[in-house]
Design a protein around this ligand. Structure first.
Ligand code: PXG
Length: 457
């Protein structure tokens, strides 16, 4: 039942009059009217006309606990009454952020020891760039400052994080800053050619070594990447990739930085995605699942090795955000992490719902005539549209196909994401079998409609 006090059309007119949407042609949207989402419960959302949607994307990869959690709302309310704001500048702090750090480091491997809190993933990566450069400066190597990212990687929408990312169209507006370099993405399906996945993983990793040698190891501060690439198409690297990347970083004394903004907090069935892939980054950028999106919060996790240099030798670190470690955000993050841990949500993704989800996907799509590949683990997956599975031939118009599938999904009451020729799913980690059945059933219906309506068969 809709609780709205205004008609949808009125909201849409006001929205069109006053707001610029992200990553969309505003004029085209204004002609059509934005979808006004009003309410959520677990994996479901309702718009202002009362239509129900299954959210297969956890909002923007963030509502790991699903919608409607009273414990998180109450944690925020309690904190708002007790201490709505205080800061971590100079010599002050507050109990909630201290308790959050205690909890976080109880879950993280013991070689991580310190956090710097932010309000978003973009800010976490801005802090990363400055912290990494500071780390080398303190050690008398200020020329070690180049950050290497990956083409098609996504690290945020601020200037530094855009430069670190590899979305070419985001580099317009002066986003290609000096001091940043990029290597290719480990996208075997599209770029692997005749190579096996294993061989392609090694080839993609070797690009890092070539780039370090080209720039000079004495100039390179860090390599930054998502353990699996999210916004860039949910690209899972071949199994050979990460061990080789880690070896190269260690060999050339280059920091290895994992952007865990979407992989963190249980998505793969491990607390952090790098644990799934079996490598040991020096830093972790976190956000999204840290609070299940109930309130903005992000952060940068540092290894003990880095923190010791910064703390013991660094003196004053000229960095700070008004809302770093905000007490209300910290209170929500604590409630969120406790629920993920104590309700067994993360372990359930690993042992039960993750395998169940991928089994359903295989049953529905392994032999589907327009789907060439299913990737992912835990509660994240991508379906690759393909014209010919045996040769991995993709459709020439794969962007339009995936966008059409996304659009019919909304008509079917389903929210999934399209990127290039891929459909992405990342449902809330609390999803039960019935909700996963509904997700895969509606996705199959949307893929079938797309194949029929665009004459793909
Ligand atoms: N790193 C990664 C890996 C991300 O996915 C950010 C940093 C930036 O976080 P903030 O909190 O500043 O947005 C992100 C954000 C999508 C989509 O549809 C993905 C993101 C944001 C919006 C849309 O795939 N990721």
């Amino acid at each position: 039942m809709s609780k709205t006090t205004r008609a949808t059309a009125e909201y849409q007119q006001l929205d069109a009059a006053h707001h610029i949407h992200a990553f969309l042609d505003q004029k085209a949207l204004n002609a059509q009217g934005a979808l006004v989402i009003e309410r959520g419960e677990r994996l479901h959302l309702w718009d202002t006309d009362g239509k129900r949607y299954l959210d297969g994307m956890s909002g923007l990869w963030c509502t790991n606990l699903g919608y409607g959690r009273k414990d998180l709302a109450e944690a925020a309310a309690r904190q708002l009454h007790e201490l709505p704001y205080y800061n971590l500048f100079f010599h002050t702090t507050h109990p909630r952020v201290i308790e959050l750090s205690e909890l976080l480091f109880s879950l993280l491997p013991s070689h991580y020891s310190h956090a710097i809190y932010t309000n978003s993933g973009s800010e976490a990566n801005e802090v990363l760039i400055r912290t990494v450069r500071r780390y080398w400066q303190i050690q008398g190597k200020p020329e070690k400052s180049v950050m290497i990212g990956r083409w098609n990687g996504y690290h945020g929408s601020t200037l530094g994080s855009t430069a670190l990312g590899g979305m070419g169209f985001m580099h317009e507006m002066g986003g290609m800053l000096p001091g940043f370099a990029h290597i290719g993405e480990p996208y075997w399906y599209a770029q692997g050619g005749e190579l096996s996945e294993e061989a392609f993983g090694l080839k993609a990793a070797a690009e890092l070594e070539a780039k370090i040698l080209e720039l000079g190891a004495d100039q390179v501060a860090a390599f930054v990447a998502e353990p699996f690439q999210g916004a860039g198409g949910m690209i899972f690297p071949p199994a050979s990739y990460w061990a080789q990347i880690q070896r190269i970083c260690r060999q050339y004394d280059v920091l290895l930085c994992a952007d865990e903004v979407i992989g963190g907090f249980g998505r793969t069935g491990e607390w952090f995605a790098h644990q799934h892939f079996g490598f040991e980054p020096d830093t972790l950028s976190i956000a999204k699942g840290l609070t299940s999106g109930y309130i903005p919060m992000g952060g940068l996790i540092l290894s003990r090795k880095m923190a010791e240099v910064l703390v013991d030798q660094g003196g004053v670190f000229a960095h700070g955000l008004t809302y770093s470690g905000h007490p209300v955000a910290a209170a929500v993050a604590i409630a969120n992490i406790l629920a993920l841990r104590d309700e067994g949500v993360v372990s359930q993704v690993k042992t039960d719902t993750g395998p169940y989800f991928h089994q359903l996907l295989r049953e529905a799509f392994a032999d589907h005539p327009v789907i060439g590949d299913i990737q992912g683990t835990g509660l994240v997956a991508a379906l690759q549209f393909a014209q010919d599975k045996s040769t991995r031939q993709r459709f020439a118009q794969e962007n339009e196909i995936a966008w059409h599938c996304r659009t019919v999904g909304f008509e079917e009451g389903l929210i999934i994401r399209s990127t290039l020729g891929r459909m992405i799913m990342a449902p809330a980690l609390v999803a039960n079998h019935a909700e996963l059945d509904e997700l895969v059933e509606k996705t199959l219906r949307s893929v079938n409609r797309t194949a029929r309506e665009l004459n793909l068969l």
